[in-house]
Design a protein around this ligand. Structure first.
Ligand code: CA
Length: 221
């Protein structure tokens, strides 16, 4: 069972997340302050930490730095505004991911799963995902078309395709894709994503990679 620790002073958010994560089979724990969170983590490790940025007393930035002094546990920051994400990323406090309030629990869950998966990727266990007759082979990093042709995308195109396929059916924003595929230290334009999507569509004619207006992209359904 995956254990999650939420450090959040806003009780309605905590209750909403508890309901969602417990229904999804997580072992969910909640504390209201950074001090309590640090104590809890030192007593017993968890699989992932959800950390609010604006906490009374020690704020999320300090809490994250202190966690990093003794633990590599994945930390996902909950921030109130996009501009705060920029600030937090700029500080390089060692968080693994960020979501902006208001967020849907489903989005947060996807982020947690992605973070945990990146950890597992350290000892890679290649998977194949099939989308619309295209087989995306994570081990060989190549794609077989419905007609049986082998296609070898570039490394970045493949990572983009795999990220979309792993989150199939979900509309992913350009900035989400940038963060996941290019990494947090990449401060390029979101147009980069469009360019790569165009290449993927060209190489894999007929792949169900849709543009979601006002959001970004989605693969499959
Ligand atoms: Ca707060």
């Amino acid at each position: 069972m995956t254990t999650i620790l939420l450090i959040e002073d806003e009780l309605p958010i905590a209750e909403m997340l508890r309901g969602f994560f417990e229904r999804d089979g997580f072992d969910f724990h909640h504390v209201e302050t950074g001090e309590d969170g640090l104590n809890r983590l030192k007593q017993r490790p968890v699989d992932a930490v959800l950390l609010d940025l604006n906490l009374p007393g020690m704020d999320g930035v300090d809490v994250c730095r202190k966690i990093r002094m003794f633990s590599d546990v994945p930390v996902i920051m909950l921030t109130a505004r996009d501009s705060e994400i920029d600030k937090v990323v700029g500080l390089e406090i060692g968080a693994d991911d960020y979501v902006t309030k208001p967020f849907s629990p489903r989005e947060l869950l996807a982020r947690i799963k992605a973070v945990l998966r990146r950890l597992e990727d350290r000892r890679p266990e290649p998977t194949s995902i099939e989308v619309g007759g295209f087989v995306i082979d994570g081990g060989r990093r190549q794609v077989t078309t419905p007609a049986g042709d082998l296609v070898q995308p570039t490394a970045r195109e493949f990572d983009l395709l795999m990220y979309l396929a792993e989150n199939r059916g979900m509309a992913l924003s350009r900035s989400q894709i940038l963060q996941a595929v290019w990494g947090y230290d990449y401060f390029g334009e979101t147009r980069t994503v469009d360019v790569h999507v165009r290449q993927v569509r060209k190489k894999l004619d007929g792949i169900p990679l849709e543009t979601v207006w006002g959001v970004g992209y989605r693969i499959g359904s």
